[in-house]
Design a protein around this ligand. Structure first.
Ligand code: UD1
Ligand code: UDP
Length: 369
């Protein structure tokens, strides 16, 4: 056999780790590939929790997270930190994921080092540079320096073609489905330690996006209070993101509200079990929008636009923004109209079949061996 392909996988936040973990595990199984795992630790605790679950030991850890960090420092720290590691490891290809600062700054660092870049979850777009901020621009920039575009759906391939990116386009499915199916199958979690009331319906709530900081997040909190006031048979569970811009607002509005449970971010395995047992999910998370349709749980998305239109089209996901009336009205419908509920619950998941990582490994072996 020819020399192994040295593939550096770079990630730093919780969602990137969840979605890159199956790719790392797949590469470890392939004799043609030598994986090198580099973490920026843009997130610290939430990254480590995913690394533990998937038993991944990074080869390099830049340990960059700072309390309430800003985009300028984070970007320049990643750009330079990754430069040093790439000079030492000299990989044949660098894989980055999605639209975080880690993804964008690492792709630029690799491009400056003239190393081919492979973008996992390429081609997502709202075509609005301010929404989501700064993720839309992060992914546009990452796509523009990438040589391989591993697109989750054909829609994301079309977005790239429309952006004049013509080469290296591959439809692979989203690796989040690989991670979800692996975790549901291998790590089911007994959630009794959360002390949820079995007589109540669980609504899962998460929100962390920068565009929702301030008034929109305050409105989301007010909507949550209205929901538990209107529905005495409902309990809301909210694993609160540790970003201080989120945590401070959420605890200010929702501490000590009856039937609203604020908890620390959950490890991925219990979070999957919690999604599965929830009646409805309210979220502005990208990953959760992709996962929930596989579990048959309707999702109301707390955003006005999404780069993930496929699940809206297939019916499992609905956009409700941060408008109090729109949120509460849509929750009312789902809780009282079983026909509407079943339509959403039974929609098909458009994001993949759990084999995306395998396709990514096959493509890189075919093209780089
Ligand atoms: C980041 C990504 C966002 C992604 C989100 C997923 C950017 C610009 N933003 O946003 O695209 O959707 O992650 O969650 O890349 N913190 C901790 N512990 C942790 C993680 C975060 O304490 O494990 C706190 C720290 O104070 C940190 C702050 O959260 O400074 C913000 O983290 P940062 O990665 O900059 O922004 P996120 O809002 O997490
Ligand atoms: N998630 C988790 N624990 C939580 C909340 C979310 O493990 O308490 C998982 C979720 O299943 C999804 C990912 O984290 O796979 C999404 O991360 P996040 O919402 O932070 O980022 P986004 O996807 O919006 O970039």
């Amino acid at each position: 056999m020819d020399k192994k392909i040295k593939a550096a996988l770079i990630f730093g936040t919780r969602p990137e780790a969840i979605k890159m973990a199956p790719v790392v595990l797949e590469f470890q199984k392939r004799e043609e590939i030598e994986p090198v795992v580099i973490v920026t630790a843009q997130h610290r605790q939430m990254l480590d929790s995913v690394l533990n679950l998937f038993k991944i030991k990074p080869d390099f850890d830049l340990n960059l997270m700072r309390e309430n960090q800003n985009l300028w420092n984070l970007t320049s720290d990643i750009l330079l930190g990754i430069k040093t590691v790439l000079e030492e490891t000299k990989p044949d290809v660098v894989l980055i994921h999605g639209d975080t600062t880690t993804a964008f700054a690492s792709s630029l660092s690799a491009f400056y080092a003239r190393i081919p870049v492979a973008h996992v979850e390429a081609g997502l777009r709202t075509f609005d540079k301010n929404y989501p901020f700064p993720e839309e621009i992060n992914r546009v920039l990452a796509d523009s320096v990438s040589d391989f575009h591993f697109c989750p759906t054909y829609g994301s391939i079309e977005n790239l073609i429309n952006s004049n990116v013509k080469d290296g386009l591959y439809e692979t499915g989203n690796t989040v489905i690989d991670a979800l199916l692996h975790t549901i199958e291998n790590n089911p979690v007994d959630l009794s330690y959360l002390n949820l009331d079995k007589n109540l319906k669980t609504i899962l709530l998460t929100s962390h996006r920068r565009e929702n900081f301030g008034e929109p997040l305050e409105n989301i909190c007010k909507a949550a209070i209205e929901i538990v006031n209107n529905h005495k048979d409902v309990e809301i569970v909210y694993p609160v993101h540790p970003n201080p811009n989120v945590k401070n607002t959420v605890y200010k509005y929702l501490s000590n509200v009856e039937r609203i449970k604020l908890i620390e971010p959950l490890d991925y395995a219990p979070f999957c079990s919690l999604m599965k047992m929830s009646k409805i999910i309210l979220t502005d998370s990208g990953g959760v929008q992709e996962e929930a349709p596989s579990l048959g749980v309707p999702v109301l998305v707390l955003r006005d636009e999404t780069e993930r239109p496929e699940a809206v089209i297939s019916g499992g996901v609905k956009l409700v923004g941060s408008n109090i009336e729109k949120i509460t009205k849509n929750v009312d419908i789902l809780l009282t109209d079983d026909n509407e509920y079943q339509k959403m619950a039974q929609a098909r998941n458009p994001y993949g079949d759990g084999l995306a990582s395998r396709r990514i490994a096959d493509i890189l072996i075919e093209k780089l061996s």
